[in-house]
Structures are given as structure tokens and as C-alpha cells.
Design a protein around this ligand. Structure first.
Ligand SMILES: *Cc1c(COP(=O)(O)O)cnc(C)c1O
Length: 346
């Protein structure tokens, strides 16, 4: 076929397969839907907007609201239907993509889609807490974009601020861009804005899909320098954020109090799950700063099947480097976590 670029032939799809189960703990979603009163207000706001008119070219109102919320210059804010789309656009723009391994799979997938050279530097092994191989990362970061999820997915570990700072300094030195993906920031209480304010070679990627409980809505944003934001904005399609998404985001940005409640609940349940799993005879949980736990087992497939036989769906992670035998369980509501623990010990 001569229609498409040859690098797209035989590219595998994003690795996700839907499985039905009573207790769904496989996608790191918030265990709670948006509070009813906020849903009602958002719906009312949508109803008042004209649906025949195009939305703003670059989600102007939402960008302004985010700029106020995070005390960030509005010219440095880019909003998109999902931070995955921003990852795609950044990988398309990048001269080269640098990643950790294991890592969130969409960085590598996006680089492949864009035919951008890609390289991943392995993390240190579990005995060293899946720490960053900082020297190797610094050495390989000579240009392009480095994606760093912090807290990290899929390990759940949190990298120290000094490591982020060193990589951001390196980005500045070589004229590259460090993108810290803060998808799980609320569960760790981290915020790298102070570092990014001082260094235009550091950008922060954020999502409404996790602690903000809006996985179904598809919305994410980038806090960056105006120069980086302009390039990313330019690669997005015009009018990319639908009016109904904008209405919803403006509503939750007016009343963001529920987010901390979700995060607190998840942190408490995460600690309870971790402690309960510590005494498992064959499984070993790792410390997590996210809304999921990575668990090592002698056989990930057997563990997955056993849990599913009890109606509990988790996500296998044993295809990743360093993670043989591992699966990931999302922290859910107390009764869901209880069902998981009962299945784990059955
Ligand atoms: C969940 C997640 C996201 C969110 O992506 P959206 O497209 O905004 O839903 C981004 N990065 C990481 C590492 C994630 O785990």
C-alpha cells in the first residue's frame, strides 16, 4: 500500500483489552464519580451554551481558569481532550524521545506513531526501589524530549526533587525539554511548578482523569513556557476542546474541593491495602505514591486468573522490563479493596 508512511505498517494498537468484572480495579480510575451537585451544575451550564457555534480556537476560557487556579501565565497553558493527545503531539514535535523503562506505554507508542527516534533507560531494579538511573539518563539526554512520570507509572515510586532538578538543568543545558507527567500528583502531594517556573525547559503534564474523577470526559493540560506552549498548541487541531467539556471543566475548576477528598481517601485505602498485602505468603506489594499498587507474584497470569475468578479485575504488568510476575491493582472503594484482599488470600 502506498497511501501511508511505511513506519505505520504493522504498528500494534495501544495495549488494552476490555474485560468485564464485578470489581474493576484495572485502569487507575477514581473510585468515585463526580459529586452529584457538580454534575448537575455542569449539565445546566452545558444547556445554556450554544451548541451550533464552534468552541474557542484554543479553549481560551478553560486556559484562563487553569492559569488562575495554578498561578501560571495563560500563554503557557495548553488544554486538550486527554493528556494522551498532548503526549502524542509532544512526541511528534520532538527530535528524539527519551523515556524510562518500564514506563507509561503511550510515550513509546506516540514516538512510534510519529516515527521519532526513541530510547529508554532502564530504572534500577526493585531492590533499589525502582530508582532512576540518573547518570545514564543525563548522559543520554542530549536533545529532544524526556518523558518522566513522577510519581512513576507503572512502579508507583516517587523520584526525589533533586533528580527532577538535575534532569531539568540538563534539559536547559542541551536545549531539550523535560516533561514531568504529574498524572498521579494528588496522591503524592507533589507539585513541580516552582521548578518549572524558573526553567522553560521543564513542562508539566496534568490530567483530569485520575484524582479529578473525570476519566470518561477526556481532558488534560500542559503547564509550560509560552514558547513551548505555542508549538504544542499549533500541533493540536483547531477547536479541539468541545463546548461541553469546557463547561464541565469550568464548573469543577470553580469547586475543586472534592479532589483533595478523593486523594485523601485513596491514600488511606492504599496504606491499608499495602499493609494487608505485606503478610501475603507469596505476593509482595511495593510502596506506592499513586492510586495503584504494583504487586510481585511468582506467576502474574495465575494471579490474574485467580483474582478474576473471584470477580476482581487487575492489570498484568509482567510484559514490562524488570516486572516479571507483576500486576497492578487500582485502589478502589473500601468494599472493592476488601473484595480484592479476600480474593488475594482465597
Ligand atoms: C492515566 C495517565 C495519564 C492520563 O491520560 P489522559 O489521556 O489524560 O486520560 C497520563 N499519564 C500517565 C502516566 C497516566 O497514568
Amino acid at each position: 500500500m502506498r497511501a501511508f508512511k511505511p513506519h505505520l505498517e504493522g504498528l500494534s494498537a495501544y495495549p488494552y483489552r476490555k474485560v468485564e468484572a464485578r470489581v474493576k480495579l484495572d485502569q487507575n480510575e477514581s473510585p468515585f464519580d463526580l459529586p452529584e451537585d457538580l454534575k448537575a451544575r455542569a449539565l445546566e451550564r452545558m444547556g445554556r451554551m450554544p451548541w451550533n457555534r464552534y468552541p474557542s480556537l484554543d479553549a481560551e476560557e478553560v486556559r484562563q481558569a487553569l492559569a488562575r487556579r495554578w498561578d501560571w501565565p495563560p500563554e503557557g497553558v495548553v488544554v486538550a481532550p486527554g493528556s494522551n493527545l498532548l503526549i502524542q503531539v509532544l512526541a511528534q514535535a520532538a527530535r528524539r524521545v527519551l523515556d524510562t523503562a518500564p514506563s507509561f506505554p503511550h510515550y513509546a507508542h506516540a514516538a512510534r506513531l510519529a516515527d521519532t527516534p526513541y530510547q529508554a533507560v532502564p530504572l534500577r531494579p526493585e531492590g533499589e526501589g525502582f530508582a532512576l538511573e540518573l547518570e545514564a539518563l543525563l548522559a543520554h539526554f542530549t536533545e529532544g524530549v524526556l518523558f518522566l512520570p513522577n510519581p512513576h507509572a507503572p512502579t508507583g515510586s516517587l523520584f526525589p526533587r533533586e533528580a527532577v532538578l538535575a534532569l531539568a538543568e540538563r534539559a536547559k543545558e542541551v536545549g531539550g525539554l523535560l516533561v514531568v507527567d504529574e498524572a498521579y500528583r494528588e496522591f503524592a502531594g507533589v507539585d513541580h511548578r516552582d521548578l518549572a517556573r524558573e526553567n522553560p525547559h521543564l513542562a508539566l503534564l496534568r490530567t483530569f482523569s485520575k484524582a479529578w474523577s473525570l476519566g470518561g470526559v477526556r481532558a488534560g493540560y500542559l503547564l509550560a513556557s509560552p514558547r513551548v506552549a505555542a508549538v504544542v498548541q499549533n500541533l493540536l487541531p483547531p477547536f479541539a476542546l468541545p463546548v461541553h467539556t469546557a463547561a464541565l471543566l469550568l464548573t469543577v475548576l470553580e469547586e475543586p474541593g472534592y479532589v483533595e477528598e478523593v486523594a485523601r481517601y485513596v491514600r488511606e485505602e492504599r496504606e491499608r491495602l499495602y499493609r494487608a498485602l505485606e503478610s501475603h505468603p507469596f505476593w509482595r506489594p511495593y510502596r506506592s505514591h499513586t492510586n495503584f499498587l504494583l504487586v510481585r507474584t511468582p506467576d502474574a497470569e495465575a494471579a490474574f486468573r485467580k483474582l478474576l475468578a473471584h470477580g476482581v479485575l487487575v492489570r498484568r504488568q509482567d510484559h514490562y522490563p524488570l516486572l516479571s510476575g507483576a500486576f497492578r491493582v487500582t485502589v478502589g472503594r473500601a468494599e472493592e479493596n476488601q473484595a480484592f484482599l479476600e480474593a488475594a488470600y482465597a
